[in-house]
Design a protein around this ligand. Structure first.
Ligand SMILES: Nc1ncnc2c1ncn2[C@@H]1O[C@H](COP(=O)(O)OP(=O)(O)OP(=O)(O)O)[C@@H](O)[C@H]1O
Ligand SMILES: [Mg+2]
Length: 367
């Protein structure tokens, strides 16, 4: 159990944590959300004494870790920390990364540490990757090595600070699944995350940080779907529309389509939109590059997915002066666009050197 009372942390004039009070029971999975700079990372860092609280008390089980001469080393062993940026040793293989602290801190023999590490790498789905160096692994694989490394010390509690935010959209799922498996094993976990869908799936409680306190807390449903407090509501509205600028200075058609697939995976775009979105981007980029491949012209596409309504829209931009659609050489099919989208805005608006030429709100399949 973790108990936090009147935790305060200041850095000079900045006081990100004013008065944090919370109790987290064994086996709970708690996600922390909230605006940037509200002390979410600082809170995690205080929990395993990477930051020293200015005042207040923290107990892990029955031990007060904020008292003088608390055994920092023993506490860190109990509380694992998984960072956003993995922090692996680049000169060690995956298995050596997982072995390292076991040999150094737990005085295990290399063989014992090796066997256990292989087992842990299997647990996080990295069979056959033990001998790879971090540079030979994808972001998602690196993060899973980092999770295995944290598990190696058999922590009772694991803290995750935005474990998926440095990942390519396609890798988010695999790391989320790994964390989900740990949750099912009954580990106590505290996760700072901006991935709301993930937070919803994995957590039994959500803490919303604002104003230096736990401003709001509740079940995922209470916080995400039916927020009642003012700042929570506002936060949820603002994260409602997720803009993902997928394609900027696209180099070719394949590049564009690849980005669309990432977008679909990252925002879990409703199936009824996927095909339409692909068709639209395909039509636009294919024709664009057919005409302009040899020139300096650039294009970008912005895809948006509204998390609340799940509506999808896309805007197309290029840096060519004349009206794209009037140019008879480029036969982007207006009919296709009309069939696929409910709203078409065909006007040139200049935004940082690019002219917006089309904005489409995709229509949902009725069935
Ligand atoms: N070591 C430090 N020295 C000085 N100021 C710090 C330090 N660490 C954090 N801060 C400040 O404390 C505040 C809270 O930072 P923190 O990183 O905990 O926020 P956060 O909620 O995790 O934000 P984000 O969502 O952007 O990660 C920020 O204003 C930050 O600049
Ligand atoms: Mg942070």
């Amino acid at each position: 159990m973790i108990k936090v009372e009147h935790l305060r942390k200041k850095f000079g004039n900045i006081v990100p944590l004013k008065d944090i009070n919370v109790t987290i029971n064994d086996g709970e999975v708690v996600s922390i959300i909230g605006p940037s700079g509200t002390g979410k990372s600082t809170f995690l860092r205080c929990l395993n004494l990477l930051d020293t609280p200015t005042s207040g008390h923290i107990w892990i089980d029955d031990e007060e870790i904020t008292k003088k001469n608390a055994p920092v080393y023993k506490i860190r062993q109990k509380i694992g920390f998984v960072f956003q940026s993995f922090n692996l040793y680049e000169h060690l293989t995956a298995v050596e990364n997982v072995m390292y602290a076991q040999v150094k801190l737990l005085n295990k023999t290399r063989q014992e540490a090796y066997d256990y590490s292989i087992m842990l790498l299997n647990t996080v789905g990295l069979q056959g990757k033990a001998m790879q160096y971090p540079s030979e692994l994808s972001g998602g694989q690196k993060q899973r090595v980092a999770i295995a490394r944290t598990l190696a010390l058999d922590p009772d509690i694991i803290l995750f600070d935005e474990p998926t935010s440095a990942l390519d959209p396609l890798m988010v799922g695999e790391v989320a699944d790994t964390i989900y498996d740990l949750a099912k094993m009954g580990k106590t976990m505290i996760i700072v995350t901006h991935e709301m869908k993930f937070a919803k799936k994995i957590s039994n409680r959500i803490l919303f940080f604002a104003d230096g306190i736990v401003y709001d807390e509740g079940t995922p449903e209470e916080i995400f779907d039916y927020p009642t407090k003012e700042k929570t509501k506002l936060f949820m509205q603002n994260i409602g529309v997720r803009t993902f600028e997928v394609i900027k200075d696209v180099t070719d058609y394949y590049d564009a389509m690849n980005e669309v697939r990432k977008f679909v995976a990252k925002y879990d775009v409703d199936n009824s939109y996927v095909h339409k979105l692909e068709l639209l981007v395909e039509e636009f980029t294919f024709n664009f590059f057919k005409e302009y491949a040899k020139h300096e012209e650039k294009m970008k596409v912005i895809l948006r997915c509204d998390k609340k309504t799940a509506d999808v829209s896309c805007s197309f931009y290029h840096n060519i002066e004349r009206n794209f659609l009037d140019n008879r050489n480029i036969t982007i099919s207006s009919r296709l666009i009309t069939t696929l989208s409910s709203l078409i805005e065909e006007k040139e608006i200049n935004e940082d050197g690019y002219n917006k030429i089309l904005e489409c709100v995709l229509t949902k399949e009725e069935n």
